[in-house]
Design a protein around this ligand. Structure first.
Ligand code: F6R
Length: 241
């Protein structure tokens, strides 16, 4: 594990985008595992500006997102498909046919999970997985639990995640109660992991990930077992070396 401590969210975003664009330069048809949420927004902004400067080419890149809410259409501004389109895909030369998220509207969500897992295998796995960290230690929508769930699966969101995500909805009741998420095994199967953590409100969660035991009650703790994990954290989230 390598931890890069930076001074600000801006620096974190620049470093993360640099990391991702280096991956694309090394392997132009790489598979990027992507995340939504507040933390990666700056990373995507920086990627767009690198693209506009001609410094990165998305034409052959494939992507697979970590998760999607159940019951939201891709056109719903709260859906993660909508987020990815508006925050990144609409602004770079990526072929949207090569961008994948679980289908939250699938009638049979269990079948959708199987198909999503198969899709990732058919892409021959993820080269670089970008991850944010939940306040309760979740990654993707892998919430604290009694055991790690390996493959893509349907989850019931915890009250703490519903509360955290309700800031993006009009009312907490509007937050979907279920989602489809890559499993811990799917995430750990990526060749390289990049965890980005920003802000004092994430300090406790990051401390538990880095210094606590590896256990499903803190899902992100498992990332320490990955042989190629880079954490970029700002000084608010990671005050000491
Ligand atoms: C979203 C995802 C989540 C977020 C996490 C942190 O695709 O995978 O695990 O990364 O909830 O979210 P923010 O960045 O909004 O604090």
């Amino acid at each position: 594990m390598r931890i890069i401590r930076v001074n600000s969210y801006e620096e974190l975003s620049e470093r993360a985008a640099g990391f991702i664009s280096a991956q694309i330069t090394l392997k132009p048809d790489c598979v990027l595992g992507l995340a939504t949420g507040t933390t990666p927004k700056g990373t995507y902004e920086n990627l767009i500006s690198l693209y506009k400067k001609g410094l990165v080419d998305f034409s052959q890149v494939r992507t697979a997102n970590l998760d999607e809410y159940a019951g939201l259409s891709p056109k719903d501004p709260h859906s993660y498909r909508y987020f990815m389109n508006t925050e990144l895909f609409d602004h770079v030369n990526i072929d949207k046919e090569h961008t994948f998220l679980p289908d939250g509207l699938a009638e049979d969500l269990l079948e959708e999970c199987r198909q999503y897992e198969a899709k990732i295998k058919s892409l021959e796995g993820i080269d670089l997985q970008l991850l944010g960290l939940g306040h309760n230690g979740h990654i993707g929508f892998n919430e604290p639990a009694k055991e790690f769930i390996k493959d893509t699966h349907v989850v019931s969101l915890t009250e703490s995640t519903i509360k955290a995500n309700s800031r993006l909805f009009e009312k907490p009741e509007d937050v979907p109660r279920k989602a489809v998420t890559m499993g811990i095994g799917t995430i750990m199967g990526a060749a390289r992991l990049l965890l980005i953590v920003s802000g004092a409100d994430k300090r406790e969660a990051l401390n538990l990930v880095l210094n606590g035991p590896i256990c499903p009650e803190c899902p992100a703790s498992v990332l320490k077992l990955h042989t190629d994990l880079v954490v970029i954290a700002d000084k608010e989230a990671y005050p000491e070396e």
